[in-house]
Design a protein around this ligand. Structure first.
Ligand code: NAD
Length: 506
């Protein structure tokens, strides 16, 4: 059985390689109105495998005209799609779900190739991708309104949740397979039409997903994809024919676009950057905590909005925790994500790697103690890869850059604090509020933490607080702008209007 799985995996790997190689040096296409369309733009961005340095393909910086064609297609498709019965709509989603499931291994491998994360992490990402589609398949229930009889004599009132039109998402580079599915399955299941704008660094996962979406026969114009950068995004925001934007990316760009969407009277949900503090109480279970922290800081090479940012070691646990973290970090297997057993891949780009190296340098300059230095790590056979090894700093203080800014790399910064109050003061002095976790064996401490800490996703003895598809992917402060989040019921509310109908019959 094991051998059979191995053969199957190799077959799929070969086909994924062929798939991707077939595109080598080519410019990826847009998917508009049910057709693959070449962009006329001369401007492109290279898509590089960050482990090997190999050129996979190029992303076109599509034009405003091309973006307008996608908006027009989605606009034209809207009326027929909203009139398509909800059960029929979700049956299409069911077919997309099956297609993704049937191509699970191939999709995961494409993701690793373009983004760098270890193959098991890519599989984890696709599991979540599929779960979001599965959750949106509950639209027949999720989209139900409500009513009250006799709000006055013989008069009834009800709320119906209606779709609104054309929505779009602007996606980041760190979860190229999953992030768009926090949104479009909910938008489409509730009767809207949609445009995906992938990150130009990693569009190939979306290209393959759209090939599968095309194959299952989704009506044209319901889902579209336009590749590019700011020109595409600005056109989507400025168009009188779009309703709202779901953005996931940095706080700098997110804030800019939130303002712009407001100026154009659009709905917006903006999931932005992070600096997540993990507080370790003296009564925490050391062994399990260390395992959770290593995953939190080094998963996806630290390029997660839910990645650990700073360890706040409370009281006596500081020393044993610090030593165990260094030991655990040294043992981590770094390499090419497609090789089984590799625990951490490269940074997703050269620029990302250089950014992380600058942060490590700044930590040294600002006086933190560098216990483990991931700079200059060599991965035999992958000398051109964007690798930075696990890095651990102790004696960090809250004002240092490594303690206050999002590094987006495999760096643990440890701050030693006296008690929980001091930990929470440090957390609250930071502008971000995406996620925060406490490690403790005390229920009272855990409750105090969830009650007081201003972060959208709180973990208790959990290192990566990733909400499943039925829950909102939350965020607070500079990590989120808007009020309705991605996923679950929040997404359904974002993509529908509560229309009130008051009736009296004579
Ligand atoms: P980014 O802000 O650079 O880019 C995000 C998207 O915005 C891309 O599609 C990009 O093409 C587009 N964009 C960039 N500049 C633009 C401009 N001036 N005008 C219009 N569009 C523009 O983010 P990134 O580097 O791709 O992603 C990493 C960031 O995303 C990190 O800060 C991470 O924390 C954050 N993130 C947040 C969440 C969350 O749920 N809060 C999830 C994943 C990633």
């Amino acid at each position: 059985m094991l051998r059979k799985n191995q053969i199957e995996r190799e077959r799929r790997t070969d086909s994924a390689k062929r798939e991707v190689n077939a595109l080598a040096g080519q410019v990826v296409k847009n998917y508009i109105n049910g057709r693959w369309v070449e962009s006329k733009s001369k401007e492109t961005q290279d898509i590089i495998n960050p482990a090997t340095g190999e050129l996979l393909a190029k992303t076109p910086m599509s034009t405003a005209e091309e973006t307008k064609a996608a908006i027009e297609a989605a606009k034209q498709a809207f009326d027929r799609w909203r009139r398509t019965p909800v059960f029929t709509r979700v049956r299409y989603l069911n077919r997309i779900r099956d297609a993704f499931e049937n191509h699970f291994e191939e999709l995961s491998e494409i993701l690793t190739k373009e983004q760098g994360k270890a193959i098991d992490e890519a599989r984890g990402e696709y599991r979540r991708t599929i779960e979001n589609i599965e959750c949106a398949m509950s639209a027949p229930s999720l989209q139900m309104g409500y009513n009250t009889e006799d709000i006055a004599a013989g008069i009834d009132e009800m709320v119906i949740k209606q779709p609104l039109g054309v929505f779009f998402c602007v996606a980041p580079f760190n979860f190229p397979g999953m992030v768009p599915t926090w949104f479009w399955p909910f938008a489409v299941a509730t009767g809207n039409t949609y445009i995906v704008k992938p990150s130009p660094q990693v569009p190939m996962s979306q290209v393959r997903q759209f090939e599968l979406i095309h194959e299952i026969g989704l009506p044209k114009g319901v889902l579209n994809m336009v590749n590019g950068g700011p020109e595409v995004v600005n056109t989507l925001i400025e168009s009188p024919d779009t309703i709202g934007m779901s953005f996931v990316g940095s706080t700098r760009v997110g804030k800019l676009l939130y303002k712009k969407t407001a100026e154009h009277g659009k709905r917006a949900q903006v999931q932005a950057g992070a600096k997540n503090f993990l507080t370790i109480m003296p009564d925490a279970d050391l062994e399990r905590t260390v395992a959770a922290l290593l995953t939190s800081f080094y998963g996806c090479a630290g390029q997660r909005c839910l990645a650990g940012g700073v360890v706040l070691a409370v009281g006596d646990i500081h020393e044993p925790l610090r030593d165990a973290l260094v030991e655990g970090s040294k043992a981590l297997k770094v390499g090419y994500g497609l090789e089984e057993g590799v625990q951490m891949g490269p940074l997703a780009s050269k620029q990302g790697m250089e950014n992380v190296l600058k942060y490590i340098e700044s930590g040294v300059k600002e006086g933190a103690e560098l216990l483990l230095d991931g700079r200059g790590i060599k991965v035999p056979g992958y000398e051109k890869g964007c690798f930075v090894g696990p890095t651990v700093f102790d004696k960090v203080t809250p004002e240092m850059k490594i303690a206050s800014e999002e590094i987006f790399g495999p760096v643990i910064s440890i701050i030693h604090v006296k008690n929980l109050d001091e930990a929470i003061d440090i957390i609250h002095a930071n502008p971000y509020g995406n996620a925060s976790s406490v490690f403790t064996s005390s229920g009272a401490t855990a409750r105090e933490y969830q009650y007081r800490v201003k972060a959208g996703n709180i973990g208790v003895n959990i290192g990566v607080v990733a909400p499943i598809a039925t829950f909102p992917f939350s965020g607070m402060k500079d990590s989120f702008f808007g009020d309705l989040h991605g996923q679950g019921k929040d997404a359904v509310d974002f993509f529908t209007e509560n229309k009130v109908v008051v009736t009296r019959w004579f």
